[in-house]
Design a protein around this ligand. Structure first.
Ligand SMILES: Nc1ncnc2c1ncn2[C@@H]1O[C@H](COP(=O)(O)OP(=O)(O)O)[C@@H](O)[C@H]1O
Ligand SMILES: O=P(O)(O)OC[C@H]1O[C@](O)(COP(=O)(O)O)[C@@H](O)[C@@H]1O
Length: 325
């Protein structure tokens, strides 16, 4: 019996601390851990290595994933999954821990159905958009990067009496933009989940500018680009032409995916990894995702994770209602 770890889909801060804990904890239980490099692509290509303490030394503070990640078209095909399975067999690996999003969990669930390889999925995505868990690894670090960037952009906006539009990542989900708008003290928050009224926002902003406001901070979610929302360019145009304030846009992009993991993500990584290993070692059959709700870790089925679309909780949305009118 042997156990391996891989990272798949979008990387995030916290993956390295989880990999380190995986290796250290397996050794403490006298189990040989394996590392699979390059995600599902590496699984197909047989890029699998016995882990040693040296492999994970000094990686606690590093962002991204030192065993790298990938999105794999080949893994959708049975033929390649079979090759992946044969690669695992060569090392006697029958258990996998995967750090990724719901796509990666679906991939391993298919793999489990094909060949019975047990796995536990650890929700890891800066988007925080996996149904069934309040928290996904990497979110706290991404939020802190957005906060630092927004604080800096606000400084220069205030110096020039300008507005700024800051675009966060999140794919279709507005979580990062929402929490950032609330915690960075933004004046406007545009996300796919909240209906907004530009006329009302415009009137409010003009009134505030008349009363001495020196700058405006707008936070907009990446998801607005593909949805029926005003996107970053649209907002810049509207601020300049309708509200009448010089405006600059900052699209934060991939800086949000890097950076040293925060203390919270390091701790969550250790806990997620430890509980996941305990579960996979205890259960004869295991195709679960570990989730975190109300300060507790639980295990749920892939079907449950896939049964609904993630929705931001109402109480959090309510905190931003004054930023959309
Ligand atoms: N139904 C599936 N069958 C096989 N492989 C899948 C399936 N769904 C997703 N995958 C694999 O999982 C990878 C990661 O999924 P993706 O949605 O890109 O990222 P995430 O895990 O962050 O949601 C995909 O590139 C693909 O290789
Ligand atoms: O790195 P890429 O391929 O450009 O993907 C960008 C996307 O990945 C993310 O950063 C993270 O998404 P996942 O964790 O679901 O892969 C999204 O916020 C963003 O839309």
């Amino acid at each position: 019996m042997a156990i391996a770890i891989l990272t798949s889909g979008g990387d995030c801060a916290g993956m390295n601390p989880a990999i380190k804990q995986f290796v250290d904890y397996c050794f403490s239980k006298n189990i040989q851990p394996y590392l699979i490099y390059d995600g599902l692509e590496g699984l197909i290509d047989g890029d699998i290595k016995k882990a040693s303490y040296e492999d994970v030394a000094g990686m606690m503070h590093q962002g991204g994933t030192m065993i790298r990640s990938s999105r794999s078209k080949r893994f959708f095909e049975y033929e390649y999954r079979k090759i992946a399975y044969e690669n695992l067999q060569k090392h006697g690996i029958d258990k996998l821990i995967i750090l990724g999003g719901d796509g990666s969990f679906r991939a391993l669930d298919q793999f489990y159905k094909d060949f019975g390889v047990n796995f536990v999925g650890i929700p890891s995505t800066i988007d925080n958009d996996i149904f069934g868990t309040e928290y996904c690894l990497g979110v706290d670090t991404a939020l802190n990067i957005i906060r630092e960037a927004t604080d800096a952009v606000r400084d220069t906006s205030a110096s020039f009496k300008r507005a700024c539009v800051i675009e966060t990542m999140g794919r279709d989900c507005g979580y990062l933009a929402l929490v950032s708008a609330i915690t960075c003290g933004a004046e406007v928050c545009i996300i796919p989940e909240l209906e907004y009224d530009l006329d009302k926002i415009g009137k409010r902003l003009k009134e505030e500018l008349k009363n001495g406001r020196k700058y405006i901070v707008c936070i907009v979610a990446e998801g607005c680009n593909s949805q029926v929302c005003t996107n970053t360019n649209g907002l810049v145009k509207w601020l300049e032409e309708d509200v009448g304030i010089e405006t600059r846009a900052t699209i934060l992009g991939h800086v949000q995916r890097g950076g040293n993991p925060t203390v919270y993500d390091r701790l969550m990584a250790s806990e997620f990894a430890t509980y996941a290993i305990d579960k996979i070692l205890d259960d004869e059959k295991c195709n679960h995702v570990i989730v975190y709700n109300k300060s507790e870790f639980q295990f749920v089925s892939i079907d449950y994770v896939n049964s609904q679309k993630y929705e931001i909780k109402k109480e959090l949305l309510d905190l931003a209602r004054r930023l959309i009118n």
